[in-house]
Design a protein around this ligand. Structure first.
Ligand code: ZN
Length: 259
């Protein structure tokens, strides 16, 4: 059994055939799917999907590229969602200096606000970090946020940063990028302990080989898992078991809601 710890079934790419996508995921052994959000609208949709689909759980938050949409009045609705039994995390939140859509100060302010929400609600965070290694770590190193935990999703930094992330108690997840030729992710994956890793698709983006360039979906998690097994030289079953345990440990509500 697999858990897709991060995808966006709340994006319009799945409007036409969501039920079929979930069905294929189940057939491929994916029994839990975390739908991550990028703004208020996608958060609402993630919660709705979680309410009507047993396999789906939600993460709510505002992506750094959508930081301009944040208004302090709207934090209330996120607070309400955070109490929902199937909302398992705050995310995705973080900093993205690669595309530079929003001023850094604004991104940092919104990121901090949502880390605070995570602290207040006891939920883990799903971190998006692109080209902002030191600023992300600076926010998370704030002593006020010591109790906050989470995952660095779609990890794209270097090995020494990965070690720093693990040392802070965070997990790391990789997408289909690990299956790409010339990807540096596989070399980093090789060095990291299995009990700190999770699988994700980030669908509809980043489809793994052999589907690279097409729309991604949770059923394709098995290609990511196969790469993990190859790199770590352990069986696919073992990878499924370990990454599932890691996800259940990080996201306690994923466990409770299912039992
Ligand atoms: Zn994502």
């Amino acid at each position: 059994m697999f858990i897709d710890s991060h995808c966006h079934l709340n994006f319009s790419a799945f409007d036409e055939d969501l039920d079929a996508v979930v069905h294929r995921a189940v057939e491929a052994g994916v029994d839990r799917i975390i739908v991550a959000s990028v703004d208020e609208e996608s958060s609402r949709k993630a919660v709705e999907l979680a309410e009507r689909t047993p396999q789906i759980y939600a993460a709510v938050g505002i992506h750094p590229q959508d930081a301009q949409k944040y208004a302090e009045e709207s934090i209330r609705i996120f607070q309400d969602w955070a109490r929902h039994p199937k909302v398992v995390a705050i995310g995705e939140i973080g900093l993205d200096y690669y595309r530079d859509y929003n001023p850094k100060e604004l991104q940092v302010r919104v990121f901090k606000r949502f880390v605070r929400l995570a602290k207040e609600t006891g939920l883990p965070i799903i971190v998006h970090n692109r080209g902002a290694d030191s600023d992300v770590m600076a926010v998370l190193s704030d002593p006020r946020f010591k109790s906050v935990t989470g995952v660095f999703h779609c990890f794209s930094s270097d090995l020494s940063y990965a070690r720093n992330v693990l040392q802070r108690g965070y997990l790391i997840s990789f997408t289909g990028i690990v299956t790409f030729k010339n990807s540096e992710s596989a070399a980093i994956l090789r060095e990291l302990p299995e009990e700190k890793l999770m699988l994700e698709t980030d669908a509809p983006l980043l489809a793994p080989e052999p589907h690279r360039g097409k729309r991604n979906e949770p059923a394709f998690i098995k290609f990511v898992a196969e790469k993990f097994a190859e790199v770590k030289q352990i069986s696919l079953d073992e990878i499924a078991k370990i990454t599932t345990q890691n996800a259940l440990r990080l996201f306690p509500k994923l466990r409770n809601a299912f039992d």
